[in-house]
Design a protein around this ligand. Structure first.
Ligand SMILES: *Cc1c(COP(=O)(O)O)cnc(C)c1O
Length: 440
């Protein structure tokens, strides 16, 4: 690949290389009906995932008492953040009409991040298939049956492996260990010590690497390939993970209905999703499109040091290019977003359903973390703030809004939803360090 030619053809790459914050709205974004075939998955697939999670709910309520109040349904709160809206408008010197809200996946039970959607769903799918095949379970049964020694013994004869920068490992590790699986998490160098310690407390084997996420995944895959009893959970290509995330769409719609929030041509919804390899935001965006149709507009957010998805989609090279090919170092404090090469599956499946992309610096994430803590009393991890500049970037982009035929009247009735993807389990001393990195 000739990088110089590529940059000449795509001037946006100059800004990426210079680590400047960028905003790019994809002119090829189109309607759900046109782009649905790109995805290769359907509303029925998402409905099936939703039904599977409902079957597991009684088991989860019992195995994880913190989910009992929600009857074993792993879902996060939705909140308006009006003081933050005012603060953002001042910070970016940009009027922000409409209502700003936050989706607190940071506070999802079991693992405290968006990974509690996809990661747990994939482990449950595997466990169900094994138990059905062994004749230990029928789909009509009460899934609390899985707590019985016979099921645990079955899972104990199977292994699960995953490569992770931290949060996926937490989800897969905790869920697998609780079911009784022998589980190994291959952790990249940037993974936090407390996440490794927590996994070991749960009886998970943690293998540490001195390299980044790509290497951890590769090594995990290799170890699993050599072992026929081992299932490797493939963050870069898994349709199962993607469908677990996609269930968020109907769940959010129910929350909106309950809160009386309308989404239609006159009440557009903009959603800002932090993106690492792409499965989480891609799956959620797919679910949102199915739930709200063309009235929801999704924007992905990445660190300036790890802009892999915007690079892959903008050049059309997808997983054929990594940020390192441009000399970008993939070093960021944003756990889960330190990914140099995007998922080829998600980039190709969702390219025409994602309206735009933004990047922001680590310092910006820290500053926003401090701002949100100050104004709304919410403590999140840096990656969860990545979407926060989104409303100002959208409101400042007249060309994009004109292309969507969204005028001032609609913007005054818009909802901007920042998807806060993690931070609920960060220990207090770590959170104090994050807050200390915010400029007052
Ligand atoms: C994993 C993660 C993301 C992004 O999900 P991908 O599937 O990697 O794109 C965003 N935020 C946090 C906190 C995460 O852990």
């Amino acid at each position: 690949m000739n990088i110089q030619n590529l940059i000449e053809r795509h001037p946006l790459l100059q800004q990426l290389v210079a680590l400047q914050p960028v905003t790019w709205f994809n002119p090829e974004a189109t309607t759900l009906s046109e782009a649905l075939p790109d995805v290769g998955l359907t509303a029925e697939d998402v409905a099936e995932a939703s039904a599977r999670l409902a079957r597991f709910a009684p088991y989860l309520a019992e195995a994880f008492p913190e989910t009992a109040e929600q009857r074993g349904i792993i879902e996060s709160p939705l909140r308006a953040i009006p003081a933050m809206q005012t603060a953002l408008s001042q910070r970016y010197r940009q009027p922000l009409p409409g209502q700003l809200m936050i989706k607190l996946d940071s506070h999802l039970p079991i693992s405290g991040s968006i990974k509690a959607r996809g990661g747990i769903y994939e482990v449950l799918t595997y466990a169900e298939a094994l138990a059905l095949e062994a004749g230990l379970l029928r789909k009509e049964d009460d899934y609390r049956e899985l707590l019985q020694p016979a099921c645990r013994a079955l899972f104990g004869r199977h292994r699960i492996a995953v490569g992770s920068t931290g949060n996926l490992g937490l989800s897969i590790g905790i869920m697998s260990a609780r079911l009784g699986f022998d589980v190994t998490v291959h952790m990249s160098a940037d993974a936090r010590a407390w996440k490794k310690a927590k996994l070991r407390e749960h009886g998970v084997t943690v293998v540490e690497y001195e390299q980044d996420y790509g290497v951890a995944v590769e090594q995990g895959r290799k170890a699993a390939d050599a072992d026929p009893q081992c299932r490797f959970i493939d963050d870069e290509n898994s349709r199962t993970l993607f469908l677990g995330y996609a269930v968020a769409g109907e769940r959010l719609k129910a929350q909106f209905d309950q809160a009386g929030i309308r989404v239609d041509a006159d009440h557009p919804l903009f959603v800002y999703l932090p993106c690492g390899v792409g499965g989480g935001p891609g799956g959620v965006a797919f679910g949102l499109k199915l739930a709200f149709g063309d009235h929801v507009h999704c924007v992905f957010a990445e660190p300036t040091h790890s802009p892999c998805m915007v690079l892959g989609v903008h050049t059309g090279l997808h997983d054929g290019i990594a940020v390192q090919d441009l000399g970008i170092d993939n070093l960021t404090a944003a756990d889960g977003l330190a990914v140099g090469r995007p998922s080829g599956f998600v980039g190709r499946a969702m390219a025409r359903l994602i309206d735009g992309y933004l990047t922001l610096s680590d310092q910006e994430m820290f500053d926003l973390l401090g701002l949100l803590h100050h104004h709304e009393g919410l403590a999140l991890e840096p990656s969860a703030l990545a979407g926060m500049p989104g409303p100002a970037r959208v409101c400042a982009n007249a060309d994009y809004l004109a292309r969507l035929k969204i005028g001032a009247e609609q913007m005054a009735q818009a909802t901007h939803l920042v998807w806060a993807t993690g931070g609920g389990m960060v220990p207090a001393p770590e959170m104090a360090k994050y807050l200390a990195q915010a400029k007052a």
